[in-house]
Design a protein around this ligand. Structure first.
Ligand SMILES: Nc1ncnc2c1ncn2[C@@H]1O[C@H](COP(=O)(O)OP(=O)(O)OP(=O)(O)O)[C@@H](O)[C@H]1O
Length: 681
């Protein structure tokens, strides 16, 4: 607030009411003043100015005549706020005792106030890079702020009182401003500096007293516009991404209020039709109705870290959610919850890009027949892309990877994505078939080829797989003599049945898989090098589960959904249980995970699979086994390991009865068990 005292000036010249014009003019010029105050009997009665006196002389050229004066004066207390009054040209300020302390003309007061306001504005805009120039009605620069100086590259002392209209180059007519128009977004330049800004008329009362130019440097302005454009584009890109997202993105502020929803809106979950019905509401409104359970927002807030959970809505709709806390300057600002619907699909975490794959035709003895490929990791995503590409060709593929990583699942995908998918994929496990049967299995035999042979003869798997894909699993287990025969078939692309003489041309795509280091087997002389190179045409290595931990969660959910359906059971993971699964090393890979989830589904108490259950199943049993299985003397490590493995398998067989069941518990393939059993016998 501006008070009169801020703008009052001291009175320098007083004269008596009887003074002549000549003496007053002399006095004014002595004091270099323009205004004189008139007193009568000691009291102030009016004022006169050089202009008034000149006017008086022009009427009558007599310097001895008494001066004429004006009395449109208002006396105001010096510390009261500035206000303007009609019919008053001059203000006299008085102190508390009624003594005169100064004066101001109304015009000076208005100028001063506009200057003070501009200074305030300048302070306000300081740092915002806004230049301000004010001129009077003749375009003379009266005020210029520091930013304007720096934008224009000219010092205030140079600019002050110069003709702004002359200095500026612009295609707009500034005279329009002096008639009351505002000019917006005007390009103008001075001193080769380009600006963009607005011109406003400077109004005082009902008169226009000049103009105000408020501007930016065009360079900076254009950069900001570009930046703005960038942000705008980014925003629209993000909106598109959100809109096409398969996930719902929920932003909850630290108090629990839902502030934003983007992506796919899960209306079945919220039991409302559109996001507007949940925005602005407190999350507890929903949890009270058993929607959004468990409350991942609260869990995330409490644990101060990312929380993953399957959430229920009134026991019907189900989503899996990841809640991530967002901190600002060390304080929780909001929680972002990404959710996906898993109510309908067995698992909506399944490979979404899989449309190209056909339904699978061959099943083996696994509980779960469909060979869905579940993943979330970038590693597998890339692998899937490559695999789809090579699936189109007939080239031989070798899949390497530890036991249980999912090599067979990949084989099914390759076959399904290949032009051969309309025919059945044929599979043989080279490690599970007794040596003497492999040859007839692979190549078939003619009638009467050997005792016990089918009297009609039998087609081998190569013949059955004609125009299709033959999957040779555990290729590292193929006996050496069979390796030679396989090599010949691969080279000549024809098979001759045992006991037959007529070779048959075959068109088979070969895919092999191994959990052994084939190169090492070649070095040890257990695998033929020539066959190795025949098979090692397009190799893919499937990484172990511990190297792609992002896949653990979707796989666990996928298996849980499968087993729940299979056993008609209600079960959910708590976030803590998932965490335990995610931190385990999974030596038996996906197969082990599948087995553990089955056991957790069937054996844990209650509806929730809790952390304790997961810990017990993953670590507790191992501890127990450790105390029970033992070697009684010091022996070479390899032998000790074999001894323990033998004990384990023996005990396992006593408990589970079949190699198939035991393989699931031990997290190895049934072939591994069969092999060990053979050896034991
Ligand atoms: N990405 C996956 N998505 C869904 N299920 C999977 C995945 N990977 C593996 N599985 C399942 O895990 C189990 C083991 O996989 P699979 O038999 O393909 O492994 P493998 O690498 O061929 O093992 P082995 O070398 O012992 O033969 C199977 O039941 C399979 O369906």
């Amino acid at each position: 607030m501006i008070i009169w005292n801020d703008i009052l000036k001291p009175i320098s010249v007083y004269v008596n009411i009887q003074s002549t014009i000549g003496s007053v003019i002399q006095k004014l010029s002595d004091h270099k003043a323009n205004i004189v105050f008139i007193k009568d009997k000691g009291s102030l009665v009016g004022y006169s100015t050089m202009e008034i006196l000149m006017h008086q002389i022009a009427q009558k050229e007599d310097l001895s005549q008494p001066i004429s004066y004006k009395n449109d004066i208002l006396k105001v207390p010096q510390f009261t706020p500035v206000e303007f009054y009609h019919n008053v040209s001059l203000i006299i300020g008085e102190d508390a005792n009624g003594e005169i302390v100064g004066y101001t003309t109304i015009e000076q007061a208005r100028n001063k106030i506009s200057e003070l306001n501009l200074k305030d504005l300048n302070l306000l805009l300081h740092g915002a890079g806004v230049g301000i120039v004010r001129t009077n009605i003749d375009y003379q620069i009266e005020y210029i702020n520091e930013t304007a100086e720096s934008i224009l590259g000219l010092h205030r002392s140079f600019l002050q009182f110069r003709d702004y209209k002359m200095l500026l180059t612009t295609d707009k007519n500034l005279d329009r401003v002096m008639t009351g128009e505002t000019l917006i977004n005007v390009n103008a330049s001075i001193n080769f500096k380009h600006t963009v800004g607005n011109f406003y008329p400077l109004r005082m009362g009902d008169k226009i007293k000049g103009l105000i130019h408020i501007f930016f440097s065009r360079e900076v302005f254009e950069d900001s516009v570009k930046e703005l454009d960038f942000v705008r584009n980014l925003n629209s890109d993000l909106q598109t991404v959100y809109a096409s997202s398969q996930e719902q993105i929920l932003v909850i502020d630290e108090s629990g209020k839902i502030i934003r929803v983007a992506g796919m809106f899960l209306h079945d979950f919220w039991k409302v039709d559109n996001p507007e019905n949940i925005i602005g509401k407190h999350i507890s409104e929903f949890t009270r109705k058993n929607i959004f359970q468990p409350n991942v927002f609260e869990l995330c807030k409490k644990q101060m870290k990312k929380v993953t959970s399957i959430q229920d809505s009134m026991g019907k709709s189900r989503v899996w959610s990841v809640a991530t806390p967002v901190y600002h300057e060390g304080k929780l600002e909001k929680v972002v919850v990404l959710s996906r619907d898993i109510t309908q699909e067995r698992s909506s975490i399944l490979d979404q890009s899989d449309e190209g794959f056909q339904p699978l035709q061959d099943h083996d003895d696994l509980n779960i027949n469909e060979k869905q490929l579940v993943y979330r990791s970038k590693t597998i995503e890339r692998l899937v892309v490559e695999i789809k590409r090579v699936a189109q060709f007939n080239s031989t593929i070798l899949l390497e990877g530890e036991s249980g990583v999912g090599k067979e699942v990949f084989v099914h995908h390759i076959h399904s994505a290949s032009p051969r998918s309309n025919k059945q994929l044929v599979r043989i496990n080279c490690g599970a078939i007794p040596e003497n049967l492999i040859e007839s299995e692979l190549f078939g035999y003619e009638k009467g080829a050997f005792t016990g042979a089918d009297k009609n003869g039998k087609a081998g798997l190569f013949e059955i797989a004609d125009n299709s894909t033959l999957f040779l699993d555990e290729i590292g287990e193929l006996p050496l003599n069979m390796q030679v025969k396989l090599l010949r078939v691969l080279q000549e692309r024809e098979v001759t049945r045992i006991g037959g003489t007529q070779p048959k041309p075959i068109n088979v795509r070969i895919i092999t898989a191994t959990n052994k280091d084939l190169r090492e087997l070649v070095n040890q002389g257990e695998f033929r090098e020539d066959l190795y190179y025949r098979l090692y045409v397009i190799p893919f290595s499937i990484p172990p589960l511990r190297e792609r931990k992002e896949d653990i969660f979707p796989l666990a959910i996928y298996f849980l959904e499968q087993f729940k359906k299979m056993y008609d059971i209600k079960k959910s993971f708590t976030p803590e249980a998932i965490e335990v699964l995610e931190t385990y090393a999974w030596p038996g890979n996906v197969r082990e995970l599948q087995n553990i989830v089955e056991r957790l589904t069937l054996l844990g108490e209650g509806e929730w699979i809790k952390r304790e259950h997961a810990l017990k199943f993953l670590y507790g049993e191992v501890q127990k086994k450790k105390t029970q299985l033992m070697v009684l003397e010091i022996m070479p490590l390899k032998e000790a390991v074999e001894e323990l493995e033998t004990q384990l398998i023996q005990r396992g067989m006593q408990k589970y009865g079949t190699a198939d069941k035991l393989s699931k518990v031990l997290g190895v393939s049934p072939a591994t068990i069969s092999r060990r059993m053979k050896k034991l016998k």
